[in-house]
Design a protein around this ligand. Structure first.
Ligand code: ACO
Length: 338
């Protein structure tokens, strides 16, 4: 486990979020629509997951396409020009293609001509992982502005005949600009962790070097998400609590200091469990899973952008954010808003 705290040393530059943006495709797929596709019901999906609908990308929309409006909004909010971006990190499990990195496509389309660019694979924990990588570059002065993007088109990775997974996921993108902030603001603490022993609980096994894309692999559905939902649920419930407490402790804060918890939006029961264990009332928890489902790496930024639009985040607020995902990975961060 990596534990990160804001460095007090004079030379270290504190890093924070300067601007946030998000985008979801227009097409809405409601639980009622899914009832016509697989043996499920609105009642089952709502009570077991909290999801009522999700957004679905158009056939021609890839991860970079839905990331562009999110990134433009984040750049505008941060008042940072594309050419001032030093590095682009895209967290995604559904990149445009194996290579090049989706980050390179964004670098070109956003005209971030000076930026280095790479993708980061940490599934639903991808945003927190990318945020903390960005923080390290800003801390050392290696980069001034980093564009952190999360973009997922999971609708193209799920088996629409598998009711155990297809009801859960949705498409969406988010972006934040990470840059220098005054000491005592920005990312106060974080931790990143993995439990590789559980790598096989949530996979998209096909089209890699272990199971290359062949007619047979497609016939066997190896290009779809495969998940042991019960085991992932147990893991998530454990790390959401432990990770939150650990990160608060690193920041020297207690739960009373937290203005808003922004958790990964995977299942309302996991979110409620975490809030209960932390002793946080649900009014202090940002939830929008009912509208978008699980958008993997993008979910926290979608919730953060909505919280900002609703005036739920103000200067000086301590925001706790936590995610878990395939890998298995998890990560959390405490951010004092600028
Ligand atoms: N509609 C109707 N019935 C269903 C559906 C469905 N969509 N899906 C499963 N069922 C059935 C099962 O077949 C089972 O039937 P049975 O009792 O006859 O065998 C019954 O419902 C109960 O199934 P469970 O798996 O026990 O249901 P559970 O309450 O565990 O909920 C769920 C399943 C929602 C998947 C839950 O386990 C979960 O949320 N797990 C975490 C998943 C997750 O967060 N994944 C993403 C991780 S992040 C990332 O990296 C992408």
């Amino acid at each position: 486990m990596l534990s990160i705290i804001q460095m007090s040393d004079k030379k270290a530059i504190s890093a924070g979020i300067l601007g946030v943006g998000s985008y979801v495709p227009d097409r809405v797929l409601k639980n009622d629509d899914l009832e016509k596709m697989v043996d499920t019901s609105d009642e089952w999906i709502s009570t077991r997951t909290g999801i009522k609908q999700r957004r679905i990308a158009l056939p021609e929309q890839a991860a970079s396409d839905i990331a562009i409006p999110a990134a433009k909004k984040a750049l505008d909010a941060a008042k940072v020009l594309p050419k001032a971006i030093d590095l682009i990190i895209v967290a995604t499990s559904t990149p445009d293609m194996h290579f090049p990195a989706t980050a390179c496509i964004l670098q070109y389309k956003l005209k971030c001509t000076r930026a280095a660019a790479f993708d980061l694979s940490a599934a639903c924990s991808g945003f927190i992982y990318a945020l903390i990588v960005a923080q390290q570059f800003v801390n050392t002065g290696t980069a001034k502005y980093v564009l952190v993007v999360a973009s997922e088109v999971l609708s193209k990775a799920v088996n629409w005949g598998d009711r155990e997974t297809c009801v859960l996921f949705g498409d969406g993108a988010g972006a934040v600009v990470v840059g220098p902030v005054d000491k005592g603001y920005g990312i106060l603490s974080a931790h990143l962790a993995a439990e590789g022993a559980g790598w096989d609980l949530l996979t998209l096994p096909g089209a890699g070097s272990r199971i290359p894309l062949t007619v047979e692999s497609v016939r066997n559905g190896k290009h779809f998400i495969s998940m042991n939902g019960k085991e992932v649920f147990k893991f998530a419930a454990k790390v959401m609590e432990e990770g939150s407490l650990k990160t608060l402790e690193l920041a020297g804060l207690s739960k009373e200091d937290i203005s808003l918890l922004i958790p990964h939006q995977a299942n309302i029961r996991i979110i409620e469990h975490a809030a209960k264990k932390l002793g946080l009332p649900m009014e202090k928890v940002m939830v929008n899973i009912h509208k978008y489902g699980n958008t993997s790496a993008s979910s926290i930024i979608l919730a953060m952008d909505e919280a900002l639009e609703q005036g739920l985040i103000n200067t000086g607020d301590n925001i706790l954010t936590i995610a878990f995902g395939a890998g298995l990975t998890w990560g959390a961060a405490v951010i004092r808003w600028v």
